[in-house]
Ligand binder design. Structure first.
Ligand code: KG4
Ligand code: ZN
Length: 342
């Protein structure tokens, strides 16, 4: 089975073709960073329009790169939610119309299930159950994965998501959007030990997170530096490095707890923040404790069509598909509402 995947939940248009037998055949991502950078964040209406503009050419490009005709596509998977209402509608309308015209099944996919299963695209042999750290712009969750659709939430954020914390901190340091890669780049020149930021919620039991206080700590420190005329480029880099270290340490402590609590033997990480090099290197240290650690290549950590095609394939190949032509997008959609697949 060959699945065309369509991702339009936020500010990336992602298209991919994933083949059950031969894996990923081709994929293309168009990022809207340039569209939104001026505004310091995603403008939903502009996001929808940009998806309209790029969907069709990207599908053509992806087909061309795969060497396949459209008629060789067996099914279409698209992101139904969670995400921006308008952006989701563009992708869903396009996907369902195309599927209808081809006489092929379509299936709405949960964006976070796409992230969650993305590590399996390259490492299908990860033993279940495994612990998944899902860290993106909208989510910070630790999940026990027992099977496709069999997810137990171990912990979640009580306020900002990890990516949101990166984005907001970058904004107040005037680094621009999106904040994660900007902070990570600046942190390379910084001293992570200069500022002692908290490792939030690690003094309390459980696997929940809270990141909103961290940005306030960075802001308070930045203001103090401005007042004392020490807010120079080095100070900014040190703030970025110390902030990044605090987030990484917090995530690592919570992952250790989740592994201990569940006795799982594997840890995967996905979502935009999992592109963070320092987090990737630090989490690898669990391997010394006999834990298998896996995460997608950086291009499949942030939003992309391949993870949607793959998650769609997992369900379509087991007989699931949209029951009707009705357009049902789910801007808010808890992972726990997904059906299990045997
Ligand atoms: O998964 P994603 O592409 O979109 C959502 O579904 O949210 O994640 C985007 C988030 C943004 O908050 C971005 O700042 C963050 O991932 N991000 C990073 C890095 N690259 C992207 N955060 C930290 N370090 C990075 N290298
Ligand atoms: Zn995402």
């Amino acid at each position: 089975m060959r699945v065309l995947g369509i991702e339009t939940s936020c500010d990336e248009t992602g298209i991919a073709i994933f083949c059950e037998r031969n894996g990923l055949l081709a994929h293309r991502v168009h990022s809207q960073i340039d569209v939104h950078a001026y505004y310091g964040g995603v403008v939903p209406e502009l996001a929808s329009r940009d998806h309209v503009r790029y969907l069709r050419p990207l599908v053509d490009e992806t087909l061309k790169a795969s060497g396949l005709q459209l008629s060789k596509i067996d099914a279409i998977a698209y992101t139904t939610g969670p995400g921006l209402l308008g952006a989701l509608l563009v992708g869903a309308t396009f996907a369902k119309s195309l599927a209808f015209s081809l006489g092929r099944p379509a299936l709405g996919v949960h964006h976070m299930e796409g992230h969650l299963l993305a590590p399996l695209m390259e490492t299908p042999e990860i033993p279940m159950p495994f612990v998944a750290l899902l860290v993106s712009g909208g989510h910070s969750q630790l999940i026990l994965v027992r099977g496709i659709g069999d997810y137990e939430l171990l912990g979640t954020t009580l306020d900002d998501a990890a990516g949101e914390a990166f984005d907001k901190t970058a904004k107040l340091l005037e680094l621009g959007y999106p904040g994660g890669p900007k902070i990570a780049a600046l942190a390379e020149q910084g001293d992570a030990k200069r500022f002692a930021f908290a490792r939030p919620m690690t003094d309390r039991p459980g696997c929940d997170f809270s990141f909103s206080g961290l940005k306030t700590q960075v802001l308070t420190e930045a203001r103090r530096l401005v007042k004392t005329q020490q807010f120079d480029e080095q100070a900014k880099a040190d703030l970025a490095a110390s902030f990044q270290q605090a987030v990484v340490d917090t995530l690592v402590i919570k992952c250790a707890r989740a592994l201990e609590q569940t006795q799982a033997k594997a840890l995967v990480m996905s979502g935009g923040v999992s592109a963070n090099q320092q987090l990737r290197e630090t989490l690898k240290s669990f391997e010394t404790q006999g834990i298998q650690v896996a995460y997608p290549a950086p291009e499949f950590c942030t939003d992309n069509g391949a993870m949607i095609a793959f998650a769609g394939l997992m369900r379509l190949s087991r007989g699931q598909q949209d029951a009707s032509l009705a357009m049902t997008i789910r801007p808010r959609w808890p992972l726990s509402e997904l059906p299990k697949v045997s």
